[in-house]
Design a binder for this molecule. Structure first.
Ligand code: HEC
Ligand code: HEC
Length: 315
């Protein structure tokens, strides 16, 4: 008997039973219409698998996975190390509204890309890994999960949407100061992220990922990642860190972001081909080449006002 027939039989039995709630009927009809999909390795595509991949990336496709073919990620971070609560937390780095934004033009790639391309952007940079095959169960499941978040968001009330988003970061009109940032780090971050930014593994087995993820060093995001830009990192840190008590001033968030991003981390190859139209490069991109005459150091730490003014002059 095929799977669908089994489910059909179940539905009939339930109906025959009489005392069946409308909810179950609707649920069963919904299930009948969902034919499970598999990739060419026979792995099932599902929203639940997508959620697990985002929450337990290290376990499911980390660099120490026992099956070498599954070692897509180059670090033991999880997607949810940055996309908090598996992307369900509204606000900074939420994945709730991601599905509505794609396909769209990517200045970094110089072409239009869809959600799968965007996921692979984080795979190659934030996770310091390799691209997932577009048709793999892993890619399709994460995509399905992010689409389901879009539906969840649409159903969410405005109050709930706004309740979690703290005051936005306001960029100071000066260069960020990594020396002042080190003091912030030691006082407010080190207790969790470690005296050398190395984080704290969840167990003795690194495949289990981190309790507190690393902020720099060999197992962190690479230099091509968004978090390696001082303004992106400042936004995130101001909104979310220290975890559970995000109370830094704009100045502290800016300086500690510069401190973290002054440290060693994995280097991504071929970054010079990013942003084929260099005028699209964000002002805080830490790597060249640039379409402006400002020194690389000013792109890394600011001040950004003069750089923005230069580009406005070109328009
Ligand atoms: C080190 C932090 C970090 C990690 C880990 C990370 N990301 Fe991201 N992600 C970012 C940043 C930063 C952005 C860019 C946000 C922006 O453009 O403002 C982003 C953007 C995205 C977007 C686009 C969101 C939108 O609304 O346009 C998706 C989708 C995404 N990430 C998926 C993932 C997935 C899937 C993983 C794990 C395989 C992952 N990310 C891991 C930092 C991270
Ligand atoms: C109470 C422990 C704690 C403190 C203190 C803390 N963090 Fe975090 N941080 C976390 C956890 C846990 C995560 C991963 C999110 C998750 O798992 O929910 C994280 C994630 C991050 C990330 C993104 C992931 C990565 O590995 O890059 C950055 C950046 C970050 N923290 C910076 C900071 C900074 C800067 C401070 C100090 C101002 C700080 N954190 C203080 C616990 C903490």
């Amino acid at each position: 008997m095929s799977l669908n027939n089994q489910r059909g039989g179940l539905l009939l039995t339930l109906l025959a039973g009489g005392a069946v709630s409308v909810g179950i009927i609707v649920g069963s009809v919904w299930m009948l219409r969902q034919t499970p999909e598999f990739d060419d390795k026979g792995t099932e595509v599902s929203v639940e698998y997508g959620r697990q991949l985002i929450r337990e990336t290290s376990v499911l496709m980390g660099p120490e996975h026992e099956d070498p073919a599954m070692r897509y990620s180059g670090s033991n971070l999880d997607c949810s190390s940055c996309h908090l609560d598996s992307g369900t937390k509204p606000g900074t780095l939420s994945l709730l509204t991601a599905s509505s934004r794609y396909p769209r033009f990517s200045g970094r790639d110089g072409i239009e890309g869809d959600l799968r391309d965007r996921i692979n952007g984080c795979m190659e940079r934030s996770m310091n890994g390799t691209k997932l095959p577009r048709e793999s169960a892993e890619m399709r499941s994460m995509e399905a999960y992010i689409l389901s978040l879009g539906e969840q968001y649409a159903a969410m009330g405005e109050t709930r949407r706004q309740s979690e988003e703290p005051t936005a970061f306001r960029e100071p009109a000066r260069a960020a100061d990594p020396v002042a940032g080190q003091v912030v780090y030691e006082e407010r971050c080190q207790v969790c992220h470690g005296d050398n930014g190395q984080g704290l593994p969840a167990t003795l087995d690194i495949r289990e990922g981190y309790l507190f993820p690393p902020l720099w060093g060999p197992d962190s995001f690479n230099n091509g990642a968004g978090m390696n830009r001082v303004l992106t990192a400042s936004n995130f840190i101001k909104a979310r860190m220290p975890l559970g008590q995000p109370d830094l001033t704009d100045d502290e968030a800016y300086d500690v972001a510069a401190y973290i991003n002054s440290k060693e981390r994995p280097q991504k190859a071929n970054l010079e081909v990013d942003y084929p139209d260099r005028k699209n490069k964000p002002v805080d991109s830490p790597y060249g080449p640039y379409a402006d005459p400002f020194p690389p150091e000013q792109h890394r730490v600011g001040p950004y006002g003069p750089i923005r003014e230069f580009y406005r002059g070109l328009e």
